[in-house]
Ligand binder design. Structure first.
Ligand code: IMP
Ligand code: MG
Length: 177
């Protein structure tokens, strides 16, 4: 991993401080009872692990696999379900946990799929949002950071499956990659 092509955008400390704020906001917003966290694989698994542990309420954790990218840096526009949930969400308060909202194609599709299953409520928490890139409308209730239109890696986010384990979120230099 050549560090020269990576520039820190959000440090590990900034990320964890912001996640504590999001957790407090989520705890305050929801009525008593369990919250059903649906993590979108693979990028959101670090965010899920940290968010789940700052929430003060009971949580259920489940995973959904969605693929729209392959090894490119922008969406193919096609969404494929690669892993479905293990637990029923009917009648549950569901919070979708996503790493980043870019075109909105993934979450726009997913919200439609999950709404059919009649959860009591469904909202989205995304650590990062690139609003300039939106192609499909998505309402994100909890946003960690709004970032400019640059490709980022680390803290779960990858480029062709690399860099997920970086502690900071970094801009990947286009020319060097
Ligand atoms: P969307 O369907 O275009 O909103 O894409 C969302 C998915 O694309 C995210 O869950 C990420 O997996 C991936 N993605 C979008 N932007 C980036 C980025 O800057 N770095 C890494 N992955 C990204
Ligand atoms: Mg993703």
């Amino acid at each position: 991993m050549g560090q020269s092509k990576l520039q820190v955008l959000l440090s590990a400390d900034q990320i964890s401080a912001r996640i504590r704020e999001l957790g407090a906001q989520i705890d305050a917003d929801y009525p008593e009872g369990a919250l059903h966290l649906v993590c979108i694989l693979k990028g959101a698994c670090f965010f899920l692990a940290d968010l789940a542990r700052v929430l003060e309420r009971e949580v259920f954790v489940d995973f959904m696999g969605i693929s729209s990218y392959g090894a490119q840096k922008s969406t193919s526009g096609e969404v494929r379900l690669t892993k479905d949930l293990d637990i029923s969400i009917e009648g549950r308060d569901v919070l979708i946990v996503e790493d980043i909202v870019d075109s909105g194609v993934t979450l726009n599709y997913l919200i439609h799929v999950l709404e059919q299953r009649r959860p009591r409520s469904i909202r989205i928490a995304a650590l990062l949002d690139k609003p300039e890139r939106r192609l499909r409308p998505v309402h994100v209730s909890y946003v960690g950071f709004r970032i400019p239109d640059q490709f980022v890696v680390g803290y779960g986010l990858d480029y062709a499956e690399r860099y997920r384990n970086l502690r900071d979120i970094c801009i990947l230099d286009e020319a060097a990659s």
